[in-house]
Design a protein. Structure first.
Length: 532
């Protein structure tokens, strides 16, 4: 076995991994790009971006995700939401995956999850693809090179896209598997080329570990006022709701676009990069994100490009609507150097309402915030999961059910306590449809959303007149400078107001039916908010 390494004492054998071919340890971006091109994994694009295809897996496979069921996890994991795997089956899967890697070229990156050094974890990422290693290095936090000699992994991820699981032998659902063993501190990923499984496995891990420390892990983006980290804001939301776009505000400092923690000291990013959707990316509306697609080391996934000029086609979704680019945080000019912020003054919950019922912005009481956080109403956007080809209304509790190993009330109570302690103002923002449901109406104008958010974040929105929404009981502004007044009353945007009323009644009932599962676990004020 030949090893390219920084640490002379580095041995994968210490983790029971033997028989490998050449092992590349902590290669930097140029070497990883060279390796990916040498191995035929991708194409060098404009500016030095790496253009890759993830194959048939162009989104996550949430139904193939499992947690090992053991004495330590029996009472702590939300088993209704997470597949269970027998410890012996996991051990067999691990042995078979190591056997699969025998003699193969392997890439290893030692990385960190979490910008707060008191709460971060060390993660060793092992994969058979050079471009996956580049993706991991981009998306997680990169320790100083001088610290690698003493690096000790808290958890290890082994990702083998070429390995096919056996459901009977390994206790999984199909030949694709994401298996997490909290006791052995191992995560195994097989038979998927979708790199997002790497970062989401670490997110799921932190979602399990941090609540025991009183830290709220969040599927959200975050920023703070320029020059004032104390004035922070967080943006909850599933993929496609606008987390990346809306947090990349040139007037504010970006902490990150997807995964954060809220501790007793404030807000901190889990990651070291951003993972932005690129379909219909507009250089005028989103210039900073657009520019990253032609910067050195950016990983561009599943985008059609001209084979001669290498120009990217931002409108062609023939490969997938879930085309993406992964780039380091510092590629955004106003990104925070520390990825640390204060306690959020504003908590924004982004929902993509495919029914066209919800107003573009609403102010929530703390109890209403808990209600909407546990409900997690939004729409799965096309391509983010296998089989999703158009927006699908869904209730994804905590705005991230696929990544939540613990029961929703654990996260909901943490959020409620932090909102109460630090006095955050809460908002529900609809980036979905207006003037009708999906297929009839149109997407909410991004300029209007930006104007409303700017008013919420600078405090001026608190000075306008509000009305009480008859369907959900939250407060909706009557008029806001720079925003068409009709847009603030979704019923007026429909050609047929009675059709809106019917759609609204349907959505209210869906909320009630979904929330019934949480009623035994919540306080009376939240129950009252649910009733409206």
């Amino acid at each position: 076995m030949t090893i390219d390494r920084v640490n002379p004492d580095f041995r994968l054998e210490d983790q029971g991994i033997t028989g490998l071919g050449r092992v590349h340890y902590n290669l930097l971006e140029p070497a990883l790009i060279e390796a990916a091109i040498r191995r035929g994994e991708g194409t060098l694009g404009l500016g030095g971006a790496l253009l890759v295809s993830t194959g048939k897996f162009t989104g996550r496979s949430p139904k193939d995700k499992f947690i090992v069921r053991s004495d330590s996890t029996e009472s702590t994991v939300w088993w209704e939401n997470n597949g269970a795997m027998d410890p012996a089956k996991f051990d067999t899967l691990h042995d078979d995956m190591i056997a699969w890697l025998a003699g193969r070229e392997v890439f290893v990156e030692d990385l960190v999850g979490g910008a707060d050094p008191e709460l971060s974890i060390n993660v060793r990422m092992i994969t058979e693809l050079a471009w996956h290693s580049l993706f991991n290095r981009t998306m997680l936090r990169r320790p100083e090179r001088a610290t690698l000699d003493s690096f000790v992994a808290d958890f290890t991820v082994i990702n083998c896209p070429g390995f096919k699981a056996d459901p009977e032998r390994h206790g999984c659902r199909s030949d694709t598997v994401v298996a997490m063993n909290f006791d052995r501190k191992l995560i195994l990923v097989g038979n998927t080329g979708y790199a997002g499984e790497n970062k989401k496995s670490i997110f799921t891990l932190l979602n399990y570990l941090l609540p025991e420390k009183g830290v709220m892990p969040m599927h959200c983006s975050a920023n703070h006022a320029e020059g004032n980290p104390v004035d922070a804001a967080i943006f909850f939301g599933l993929s496609g709701t606008g987390k990346t776009t809306l947090s990349a505000d040139p007037a504010r400092t970006l902490l990150g676009d997807d995964e954060h923690g809220w501790s007793d000291r404030g807000t901190f990013n889990f990651e070291g990069g951003c993972y932005a959707k690129t379909i219909n990316l507009d250089p005028d509306a989103e210039p900073d994100i657009y520019a990253t697609t032609s910067k050195f080391g950016t990983v561009v996934e599943n985008m059609v490009f001209d084979p001669d000029t290498l120009e990217l086609d931002f409108e062609d979704d023939s490969l997938t609507p879930n085309m993406r680019c992964a780039y380091p945080l510092h590629y955004i000019a106003n990104a925070s150097e520390t990825a640390l912020g204060g306690h959020p003054k504003n908590v924004i919950m982004l929902t993509c309402d495919a029914f066209g019922v919800l107003p573009p912005i609403s102010r929530l009481t703390p109890a209403q915030a808990m209600y909407h956080f546990l409900s997690g109403f939004t729409s799965k956007m096309a391509g983010t999961e296998r089989g999703v080809t158009e927006p699908q209304p869904v209730f994804s509790t905590c705005f991230g059910a696929p990544f939540m190993p613990r029961r929703p009330e654990v996260y909901g109570n943490l959020l409620k306590a932090k909102i109460a302690k630090h006095g955050a103002t809460c908002w529900l923002v609809n980036t979905g449809w207006t003037g009708g449901a999906y297929g009839t109406g149109s997407r909410m104008p991004i300029k209007a959303t930006r104007a409303l958010l700017a008013a919420a974040l600078d405090g001026s929105l608190g000075d306008v007149e509000f009305r009480k929404d008859p369907n959900f009981g939250f407060e909706v502004p009557v008029s806001v400078p720079g925003v068409a007044e009709v847009l603030l009353d979704p019923r007026r945007t429909w050609d047929d107001p009675e059709a809106y009323d019917a759609q609204a009644a349907k959505l209210v009932q869906m909320f009630a039916d979904n929330f019934a599962q949480y009623v035994p676990f919540i306080d009376e004020d939240v129950k009252a908010a649910a009733i409206g």
